[in-house]
Design a protein around this ligand. Structure first.
Ligand SMILES: *[C@@H]1O[C@H](CO)[C@@H](O)[C@H](O)[C@H]1NC(C)=O
Ligand SMILES: *[C@@H]1O[C@H](CO)[C@@H](O)[C@H](O)[C@H]1NC(C)=O
Ligand SMILES: *[C@@H]1O[C@H](CO)[C@@H](O)[C@H](O)[C@H]1NC(C)=O
Length: 344
C-alpha cells in the first residue's frame, strides 16, 4: 500500500493473470488464557488451542480454493473484498494488499475516521481478545495506529481463529475511502508491524489451501470515463488459480531472497517502445509485486532513464519524482522476462 493514482504518473498497472509461490514455515508465540468452567469454556479452549498454534477449524484432508469477488474502487485505485471479524461476524471491506502483511480495521474508538467508515465494535464480539499493547503501521501514503487484538477472521469460507489484527483508532486522512474499513496484508509475517502471521500464511501452512497459491484477476477502469466509484473488481483466488481466467502456462519464479518479506522478483530489463533502457542490477533490482499501489516506483536513476527514453516527457515541478507526458503518446513500457508478470 503505497501511493495513490496521479494523472501525471506513468501509472503502469500490473495486470497479473496469476502468480504464486510456496509458503514458508511459521513460528508461533504461546499465551495463557483465563479459567472458566461452563461448557462454552471447552469450546473456546479448543478454539484458543487451535488459534495458539495457528490451526484453523480444519476438516482433515479437505483443502479448498476460494474465488473471492473484489470491488474496483476509484478507477483502479484499490481492489477490496469482504473479511469477517468476530463472533457473530462483523463484515468489513478491506483492501487486498500484497505489499504489506498486517490486517487492520477501523475500530469504534477511532477518532480520526470518516463518519461513513464502518467500524469494528470489539464489545460486540464474544471471541475478541484485546491486548494492552498497541502499535502503528506506516504505509507510503499514510499511517495507522491502534490496539492489537485477536479474533476469529474469515474470508471466502476460510477461517482462522485468534487471528492477530490491529483495531485502529487513529489514521491519516485519505487512507480509507467510501465503504472500506481497513487493509488485509498478503505479504509475509517478517514485515508485519503486529508481528502476526498473516491470514493467508496460516491457511497455507495448515494445509487449508488446495495449493499454497493466491492469484488475482483484476478489472481495469482507468480509461473508462463512465466508471463509477465502485465497479466490479475481478476475482481474488485464494488457494490456487482459476484456469478459466487466464490462458497459457504459469511460470513459477523462485524469490531471489532467503527470507521472504515482500513478494519479490528481480527486474532484469526494461524496454520503452522496444528500446532497452539500462537499469540497476543486484539488490537494487529487487521489485515487490504490490496489489495495494497504483504506481510503479523504482530507484531515481532508473526512473529517470525510463523517462529519458520517452519523447516529450518532463518532470512535474510540484511533485518530486513524477514525470508527465502526453496521454496520446502513452509509451509501451515493458519488462521481459517474465513477460506474463509485468506489462502495461
Ligand atoms: C473461476 O472463474 C469463473 C469465471 O469468472 C467463475 O465463474 C468461477 O466461479 C471461478 N471459480 C472459482 C473456484 O472461483
Ligand atoms: C453492536 O451491538 C449493538 C447492541 O446490540 C447493536 O446495536 C449494534 O448494531 C452492533 N454493532 C455491530 C457493528 O455489530
Ligand atoms: C460513456 O457513456 C456515454 C453516454 O452513455 C457513451 O456514449 C460512451 O460510449 C460511454 N463511454 C465508454 C468508454 O463506455
Amino acid at each position: 500500500m503505497a501511493l495513490r493514482i496521479s494523472p501525471f504518473s506513468l501509472s503502469l498497472l500490473f495486470l497479473l493473470p496469476a502468480f504464486s509461490w510456496a509458503a514458508e514455515p511459521l513460528h508461533f508465540t504461546l499465551s495463557r488464557r483465563s479459567e472458566s468452567h461452563d461448557i462454552s469454556f471447552y469450546t473456546h479452549a479448543a478454539e484458543h488451542l487451535r488459534g495458539k498454534y495457528g490451526v484453523t477449524k480444519h476438516v482433515p484432508g479437505r483443502r479448498a480454493t476460494a474465488g473471492i469477488s473484489m470491488v474496483n474502487q476509484q478507477s483502479d485505485a484499490s481492489y477490496f473484498a469482504t473479511v469477517n471479524i468476530g463472533t457473530p461476524p462483523q463484515p468489513f471491506n478491506v483492501i487486498l494488499d500484497t505489499g504489506s502483511s498486517d490486517l487492520w480495521v477501523a475500530d469504534a474508538s477511532c477518532t480520526t475516521c470518516s463518519l461513513s467508515t464502518p467500524l469494528f465494535v470489539a464489545g460486540n464480539s464474544t471471541t475478541i481478545q484485546l491486548s494492552a499493547s498497541g502499535t502503528n503501521i506506516k504505509y507510503g501514503s499514510g499511517e495507522v495506529a491502534g490496539q492489537i487484538g485477536r479474533d476469529t477472521v474469515s474470508m471466502g469460507g476460510f477461517t482462522v481463529t485468534q487471528q492477530t489484527f490491529l483495531a485502529v483508532d487513529q489514521l491519516t486522512s485519505g487512507l480509507l475511502d467510501g465503504s472500506v474499513s481497513g487493509i488485509l496484508g498478503l505479504a509475509f509475517s517478517t514485515i508485519a508491524s503486529t508481528r502476526a502471521v498473516p491470514f493467508w500464511q496460516t491457511l497455507a501452512n495448515n494445509g487449508q489451501l488446495t495449493t499454497p497459491e493466491m492469484s488475482f484477476w483484476m478489472t481495469r477502469f482507468r480509461d473508462d470515463p463512465n466508471a463509477s466509484v465502485e465497479e466490479p473488481g475481478g476475482i481474488f483466488t485464494l488457494g490456487g488459480t482459476n484456469s478459466s481466467l487466464f490462458t497459457g502456462d504459469i511460470e513459477f519464479i523462485d524469490m531471489p531472497v532467503n527470507t521472504p518479506t515482500f513478494w519479490l522478483l528481480s527486474l532484469n530489463a526494461v524496454t520503452v517502445q522496444g528500446r532497452t533502457v539500462a537499469i540497476s542490477t543486484g539488490s537494487a533490482s529487487l521489485s515487490a509485486i504490490d496489489t495495494g499501489t497504483t504506481l510503479i516506483g523504482g530507484p531515481t536513476k532508473d526512473v529517470d532513464a525510463i523517462y529519458a527514453a520517452i519523447p516529450g516527457s518532463q518532470k512535474v515541478a510540484s511533485m518530486a519524482g513524477f514525470y508527465s507526458f502526453r496521454k496520446s503518446r502513452t509509451p509501451f513500457v515493458h519488462s521481459p522476462p517474465p513477460e506474463r508478470i509485468l506489462s502495461t
